[in-house]
Write a protein that binds this ligand. Structure first.
Ligand code: CP
Length: 308
């Protein structure tokens, strides 16, 4: 029995069955569209709006591809040339766009909780999909990361996953923990400098460490995160060379992980800061698989929310 989804703003508290259902649906989408070479007509006549108030390469493009591959019409709202620059509020923008009869709004915003605010303020039957809000949640990234891991290591109950980097400001880390905890991962470790770790009581089930050599020892999956400079005060910025020395994933550190450890990164990569070229481009890197899975996961989510 899975929960019927009308919106997707977070993975927190989603049942395991619902997450597994979305991952299964992503694989079914991949197979049905022959890895993207064939279009489906599941969402013919539906309209999806991409409303991105922060930059994006992967998420925005893959939501557009996902919607188009399902037969939907897509509008990419360009904030920079929109009437938000003339002072229109988020809610007036929302209601203006809703009046044009949209079926889904995919929103990215720097402020935590904006997608939930839109759910509360939406006037019509529109579905809201969170494409990343502040450091709160990035649910489709959490799903595509879980899918990428499952394709190689479906034995979640045996897995140790190390997430290293700027976790304090990371919506990806939060959604990954929500997905991986629901799927029954054995152990999740956070690693980073003290100032970039979350508050101790936020994730009681996660072990936190400032020692990357220790945190990666025996890990089955290493998820590397960039420094989110856009969410830090100038005084919080670490020295990049020193950061790489302590928290960069290089071949020496990767050799401490389990043999065959999956190397993941949500992107964008800052090479030479959190990850070395040899590792980012090496045989254990799953970074581009994550990107490919992003399209299928977003097809699954849009299909789940919008299919009649
Ligand atoms: N992973 C991710 O959200 O990347 P973009 O910022 O490029 O969408």
């Amino acid at each position: 029995m899975t929960t019927h989804l009308r919106h997707l703003t977070t993975l927190e508290n989603l049942p395991r069955a619902t997450i597994e259902h979305l991952l299964d649906r992503a694989i079914a989408m991949r197979d049905a569209c022959a890895h993207g070479t064939r279009k489906l007509d599941l969402l013919t006549g539906r309209t999806v709006l991409n409303l991105f108030f922060e930059p994006s390469t992967r998420t925005r493009t893959s939501f557009e591809l996902a919607a188009r591959r399902l037969g939907a019409d897509v509008v990419n709202f360009n904030i920079g040339v929109s009437s938000t620059t003339k002072g229109e509020t988020l809610y007036d923008t929302l209601h203006t766009l809703e009046a044009m009869h949209l079926d889904a709004i995919v929103v990215r915003h720097k402020v935590d909780g904006t997608p939930d605010e839109l759910v509360r303020n939406a006037m019509s039957g529109v579905s809201i999909v969170n494409a990343g809000d502040g450091h709160h949640a990035h649910p489709t990234q959490g799903l595509l990361d879980a899918l990428t891991i499952r394709q190689h290591r479906p034995d979640f109950e045996n897995l140790t996953v190390t997430i290293c980097g700027d976790i304090r400001h990371s919506r990806v880390a939060r959604s990954d923990v929500h997905a991986l905890t629901a799927l029954g991962v054995k152990a999740i470790r956070f690693c980073g400098p003290a100032g970039l770790l979350p508050d101790a009581d936020e994730f009681p089930q996660v072990q936190c460490s400032e020692d990357f050599d220790a945190a990666i020892a025996g890990a089955d999956v290493a998820i590397m995160l960039r420094l989110q400079k856009e969410r830090m005060a100038a005084t919080e910025l670490p020295d990049e060379a020193a950061y790489f020395q302590h928290y960069g994933l290089d071949p020496r550190r990767l050799a401490r992980a389990d043999r065959g450890c999956l190397v993941m990164h949500p992107g964008p990569l800052n090479r030479g800061i959190e990850i070395a070229d040899e590792v980012a481009d090496g045989p254990q890197s799953r970074v581009l698989e994550q990107v490919a899975n992003g399209v299928f996961v977003r097809m699954a989510v849009l299909g789940e929310l919008l299919a009649r």
